[in-house]
Design a protein around this ligand. Sequence first.
Ligand code: HEM
Length: 397
Amino acid sequence: MAPPAQIPSLDIDPFDDAFLAAPYTFHGALRDAGPVIWLKPINCFAMARYAEVSASLKDWQTFVSGRGVGMTDFATDTPWRPPSLLLETDPPVHDRTRGLMNKVASLSSLKTAMPQWCAKAEILVDRLLGQRVDGVRDLGEQFPLSVFPDLIGIREEGREHLIPYGTTAFNGFGPRNRLFEEAIANAAAASAAVMESCRRENLAPNGWGMKVYEAADRGDCTPEEAERLVRSFLTAGLDTTVNGIGNMLHAFAQHPDQWAKLRADPSLAKKAFEESLRWDGTVQTFFRTTSRNVPLPDGHIPAGSKVILFLASANRDPRQWERSEEFDISRSSSGHVGFGFGIHQCLGQMVARMEAEALLKAMIPRVREIRLVGKPVRRLNNTLHALASLPLQLLAD
Ligand code: HEM
């Protein structure tokens, strides 16, 4: 496909290893090139500024999700798995599925779970205090794994497949590069195990998974749809929070003054997590497909085009944020698009927030300093900004 003449064209591949390892070093060039740009190596339109990214996320009629939110166009290519009934669906189906899932993922059930989550976080932090730990494995993975599968009501058997399955799904939104091919080649076992966990007979009576089947009993969806909706919790609910927590700890390790600020005023805990999502969000990009020609001052984006939206770049756009490159937990990061925006905005955002809050509440009184004691190792993923390892020492008071 030839690049439209009027649209700035860049020779940057957002899915090559250099970009995935250090996306923030490239975002400025993407934003400065124009509000809508063309990325030659992937033959795709892109938006990296806050105004255009948030406007496109909001305009679901023009920027549709039903043709996939990755590079694969479901209108012309077969998706690697049956599409999500939430993420990869447009209204009217999305209104129905999202409506029933909003009721399942209720704030009141999270509030009930919170004291237990806080107690678990305290035990975990007490155990790790003073030691050399891996911030990703020992905290980022351990904590969500100790609370999230129980919230959904997943059986013990097969839980080891949950993070690999999420990783696969997020790599699957990219082009057919090495990460995509490796993910798909390894997907069979994890997919089968996760789908097995989503079956009604394998779910605990009071978890969110069973509540989806109860919605099916009331006629809000079919039992087949219920199985796929439970899958949405499992796809989106772990690798995101693992890296959300990992990136937050990394941010604090790089900014000891911000950790000191939080300790001096623990009421900043909620803001601190939001700012870490703005400053280094784990979900970097999602795609949309245009349902019609999108007029631009000079030319247009043709109907049926894929557009990559750089959420993490929007979150550091100096046109939107003062001192956009600074991690500052006392700022208002409200309006960041780390959880998306519009009708597809993250269904599990309160889960992520409460996990992070429970962990921070346990760490604030116990941990004087989050010290980096080795070089963090990146884990490249086509969608997520992720760490394979984050060597830390949690210094006690
Ligand atoms: C830090 C953690 C998380 C981040 C950064 C994150 C980010 C996002 C983003 C950016 C979207 C929007 C996708 C789009 O517009 O195409 C989204 C949607 C979604 N998220 Fe999350 N997420 C997180 C945690 C979770 C958790 C814990 C769950 C499950 C409990 C979850 C379930 C979902 C689902 C089901 C959707 C699709 C919603 C829809 O299409 O209506 N997420 N998430």
